[in-house]
Write a protein that binds this ligand. Sequence first.
Ligand SMILES: NC(=O)C1=CN([C@@H]2O[C@H](COP(=O)(O)OP(=O)(O)OC[C@H]3O[C@@H](n4cnc5c(N)ncnc54)[C@H](O)[C@@H]3O)[C@@H](O)[C@H]2O)C=CC1
Ligand SMILES: CC(=O)[C@H](N)C(=O)O
Length: 342
Amino acid sequence: MRTVVLREPGQFEMRERDRPEPADDEVLVAVRDVGICGSDVHYYEHGRIGDYVVEDPLVLGHESAGDVVAVGENVETLVPGARVTLEPGVPCRQCRHCKRGEYHLCTDVEFMATPPHDGAFAEYVAWPADFVYELPEAVSLREGALCEPLSVGIHACRRGDVGVGDTVLVTGAGPIGMLAMEAARAAGATDVLVSDVVGSKLDRALDRGADRVIDVTETDLDSAVDEYTDGVGADVVVEASGAEPSIESTLDAVRRGGTVVLVGLADEAEVPLDVLEIIDNELDVHGSFRYANTYDAAVDLLADGTVDVEGIVDFTDPLEEIDAAFRRSMEPDTVKGMISID
Ligand SMILES: NC(=O)C1=CN([C@@H]2O[C@H](COP(=O)(O)OP(=O)(O)OC[C@H]3O[C@@H](n4cnc5c(N)ncnc54)[C@H](O)[C@@H]3O)[C@@H](O)[C@H]2O)C=CC1
Ligand SMILES: CC(=O)[C@H](N)C(=O)O
């Protein structure tokens, strides 16, 4: 089967590998659509993310969907021909976190495209059936693949306890911010504000239903939020840029008693946050890491038409043109690129 491996930073190589055999509890999926995530691009550019270093050729891609072509002998939930999306993190299922249902915190999780685990830029992937979700007719495979970043948005909104009537500020209009905005709306937020430093992304957010967009290169975030909320502040801020100034500004933009959800990963682990501001305003500040138990919800929201994920996609290129696709993904205007596999 065809795969693309990252050999070293900036160098993909098309390789033939043996088609995997599904184990008893696995299904074999012919991969059709794979999203390009910022983390894939980071590995492509730098060969590492923090302590995760690409030491051996690695298959990237963890936002995937395709067709089941074979099932292991214990699999009763899926049959060949099913159209599916793959949840990319498989935990140990045994540890305290797994047993509490917070399996995304399992320290033994094997996550696609995180060294040393291969991802989905390949013709076939064998994957545990309990982390494979069937897509109804109404949900395309492209949408199925984007259940992954949508899940990040759903989990962030759950962490922020976004509720009916809330005003939510999302900082960063990349794919995660855009889909956090969708998830916030689905959770009942009636006002969603979005900030970024790239005008075209804010235009896109506006087209996709943002009530107010804030270009922080021109407008002070705190003042804009104050103006919109009559000086109260946002009920929930979802920080989805990872930019240090944006992370710092969340504490000023949220209302007293409100909630800040930190999703964006800063380049530096240490970002100064005013502890007195957190205490005095009784803020809830939550980290949000990947997701757990979100895929069923993501598929349902797509099937109902409650959220739109296709609208964030700028282009789809074939697997053979992955190098050009990654370069295009690095352009500041791009929100989401995808790879299709025939
Ligand atoms: N915690 C988690 O589980 C996950 C975290 N992430 C992180 O979330 C962040 C967002 O992911 P993507 O949307 O894929 O990244 P992205 O890089 O595509 O989007 C970030 C956006 O923030 C904007 N931005 C830069 N400076 C800003 C500022 N000062 N104020 C407002 N916006 C600003 C950029 O122009 C860009 O549009 C990244 O840091 C990523 O590493 C991504 C996936 C999962
Ligand atoms: C941080 C990322 O972008 C990636 N999706 C991951 O969950 O590792």
